[in-house]
Ligand binder design. Structure first.
Ligand code: ATP
Ligand code: MG
Length: 448
């Protein structure tokens, strides 16, 4: 073995991010806030596997969509030849589980999920190959009321997160028959203007012409703006549903813009579609997208069951929280244990466990490569930990059966230090930190 040859550096998979401890508290804040909003609307959590059979997504999402055509991580299980896919979105798996366990047959269900999704896209700001979504699926509800509930739930979440400047775009893409009539006219329109279509649009012309409306190509904007609008093809029922959505939103002062070009890239959607968009994140400004997917459950072999849902991109929301100045700096613990000498170390272990028994978070100083560390080094670590108190044990303290308890974040009175008998340390800390309240330790260590 050559001694001076360093092993090659291993790096993560392109487009897949690490969330480091410095950023984790922001994620935690997003997750906690979202979960409490979901709870306040009565939504229940569902967890499904990250792997599903490839056929599930091909069937649910549609063969001629971006996702199924080119974005899925699919592979053959070398153990048994199964064709599997890392989930690109959460709806297919959730609906699969709902059907498999007969969840929706005893009445409608309000469900939510969160977790990583995988799409083989070109990595760029706001677009990754592994990304996290929170999603909601309301299954078994027919009316415009639930569509509005989802939209208002999102609005509450943006408020609770302190996010401004997120606007709502709304559209109805009607039902299959309406889309078919519109599609024929749309294809005829694009054919009559084929000179203006780019390569991608030409390719999509006969497979997924609706998606051409989504184009970001500046040269095609006039063309798509003047294209036949699906909204003009809605029949009585779809129109009434859309009117109902707008009526409830208006009544609740929810601002929105009807964008007749808003379509979803996935086949299973019908009627209401919506997106929450911000201009603060550049090109990848959609933070949440959703809509109704009444046909999906029947497509899966279930009884016809209407449904509506949305998914939001957590990376983009975290970016927004950051740009809004949110910086929840983590504090690691309530108490940092500083000790010098073997007897002090033994006592520090015992005290640390007792303080944790009382519900406080404790970091016990442990030896690093550089050694156990002087008092001074240890106090620096205590300071950096963000702890409210350092508990200090040395030979003198051990001899006198006391600990020095130092307030690390003392106010104007200056840094206070108290000498506290071993047996009183826990009570002293609880009194100082929790102030005698019943302590179920829900306090979060964010210091700004
Ligand atoms: P786009 O048109 O930007 O590709 P999409 O229609 O593929 O979006 P959805 O499938 O509706 O996106 O996903 C819902 C949300 O998940 C998006 O609005 C976005 O916030 C987030 N999202 C989707 N794809 C990615 C990705 N590759 N990286 C990060 N977030 C993503
Ligand atoms: Mg996409």
């Amino acid at each position: 073995m050559s001694e001076n040859k360093k092993p090659e550096k291993i790096v993560g998979v392109k487009g897949m991010n690490d969330i480091l401890p410095a950023e984790a508290p922001l994620w935690e804040l997003l997750e906690n806030t979202t979960e409490s909003v979901l709870k306040s609307y009565g939504y229940l959590k569902i967890v499904t596997p990250i792997l599903e059979e490839t056929g599930l997504f091909a069937r649910a999402i549609g063969a001629v969509t971006d996702i199924v055509e080119k974005e899925m991580y699919s592979f053959t299980d070398s153990m048994n030849g199964d064709l599997l896919t890392l989930r690109p979105e959460g709806t297919a798996g959730t609906v699969r589980a709902v059907l498999e366990h007969n969840l929706a047959y005893d009445g409608p269900k309000r469900l939510w999920y969160k977790g990583p999704m995988f799409r083989h896209e070109r990595p760029q700001r706001g677009r990754y190959r592994q990304f996290f979504q929170f999603g909601v699926e309301a299954i078994g509800f027919t009316g415009p009321d639930i569509d509005c509930e989802l939209i208002m739930l999102c609005r509450r979440l943006w408020d609770d997160l302190g996010l401004q400047n997120i606007r709502l775009e709304l559209n109805s893409i009607g039902d299959a028959a309406e889309r078919l009539r519109h599609r024929a006219d749309l294809i005829a329109y694009f054919e009559a203007n084929s000179g203006t279509l780019d390569a991608e649009a030409t390719r999509r012309l006969h497979t997924n012409p609706l998606r051409i409306l989504d184009t970001k190509n500046p040269a095609m904007q006039d063309l798509v703006n003047n294209a036949p609008k699906l909204l003009d093809y809605l029949d009585g029922e779809s129109q009434a549903h859309f009117d109902g959505v707008k009526r409830i939103l208006d009544h609740n002062n929810v601002p929105y813009t009807v964008n007749p070009r808003l379509v979803r890239g996935i086949d299973y959607y019908n009627r209401t579609v919506f997106e929450f968009i911000t201009d603060e994140l550049g090109a990848q400004g959609t933070v949440c997208a959703g809509g109704r997917y009444d046909p999906l459950i029947e497509m899966f072999g279930g009884k016809p069951t209407p449904a509506v849902g949305f998914a939001m991109g957590m990376e983009r929301l975290v970016e927004l929280m950051k740009s809004g100045g949110e910086s929840a700096a983590p504090s690691q613990c309530d108490v940092y244990m500083v000790h010098q000498g073997e007897a002090a170390q033994m006592q520090a272990f015992v005290l640390a466990e007792r303080i944790r028994d009382a519900g406080l978070d404790v970091v016990l100083h442990c030896a690093a490569a550089s050694g156990a560390g002087s008092f001074k080094t240890q106090m620096k670590k205590a300071d950096a930990s963000g702890a409210a108190f350092a508990v200090i044990l040395g030979d003198d303290e051990i001899a006198n059966h006391v600990a020095a308890v130092k307030a690390m974040r003392a106010g104007a009175e200056g840094q206070q230090q108290a000498t506290v008998p071993f047996d009183d340390v826990v009570d002293y800390l609880v009194e100082q930190i929790v102030g005698g309240h019943d302590h179920d330790h829900d306090h979060v260590h964010y210091h700004h």
